[in-house]
Design a protein. Structure first.
Length: 208
């Protein structure tokens, strides 16, 4: 049996990443594109695709960004989502140095989700008293203000209420918003998700 998980840090799910003038990163619902096709936006530039099943498409947006040149377009397909604030924060300085342009997080107008990092304490017969004690002490360590502040440096919002959000890190200069500008959606409960999975197993085509 597992006890209720404790949330350690929060990543914010964002819709897409955009580079203003240097390279651009745009979304699409298409599923099959090739990499290195000429971009219609700029003669002589290329379009690099992330996601989909096309030969040469990138599986990670970071790889496409690293291989993009000035004025290239990174075309992000829907099946490669979601993206997180920490990706923008981690690459904001790189983008500024490489292309002298800003990397910006676009928050979905219909709302976004917090992607939590849970810490679970196991409550089972095979767990010894000392193991439970060690696990609880490690949890207290992870929730320490100085450790939560280290997590912030990696683009994670602190869950400890005594740790203020760093205004210098979570700022428009780093491509993200200090205050989340859209509604934060609540995911379905574990019971609902489990019921969906069970229903899917029963309804799916066994031949697929």
């Amino acid at each position: 049996m597992r006890k209720n998980p404790v949330l350690l840090n929060k990543k914010l799910v964002i819709g897409i990443l955009v580079l203003f003038a240097g390279i651009s990163i745009i979304p699409s619902s298409a599923t099959n594109f090739e990499v290195n096709k000429p971009s219609p936006m700029c003669l002589g530039c290329n379009t690099l695709y992330v996601g989909g099943t096309g030969s040469g498409n990138y599986s990670k947006i970071q790889d496409a960004i690293d291989n993009a040149s000035y004025c290239d377009t990174v075309f992000v397909l829907d099946d490669s989502s979601p993206y997180y604030e920490n990706i923008v924060i981690d690459n904001a300085l790189k983008a500024e140095k490489k292309w002298s342009d800003s990397l910006v997080a676009v928050y979905p107008q219909k709302g976004t989700l917090l992607s939590d990092h849970p810490y679970v304490l196991i409550d089972a017969e095979w767990v010894s008293v000392w193991q439970r004690f060690a696990a609880s002490q490690y949890l207290l360590y992870l929730l320490k203000p100085e450790i939560q502040e280290l997590a912030q440096e990696n683009g994670l919002r602190p869950v400890n209420p005594s740790v203020p959000l760093d205004e210098n890190l979570f700022s428009s200069e780093n491509g993200v918003q200090y205050k989340i500008p859209v509604q934060i959606l609540k995911p379905p409960s574990g019971e609902v998700l489990e019921a969906i999975f069970v229903a899917w197993v029963k309804a799916r085509n066994p031949g697929v």
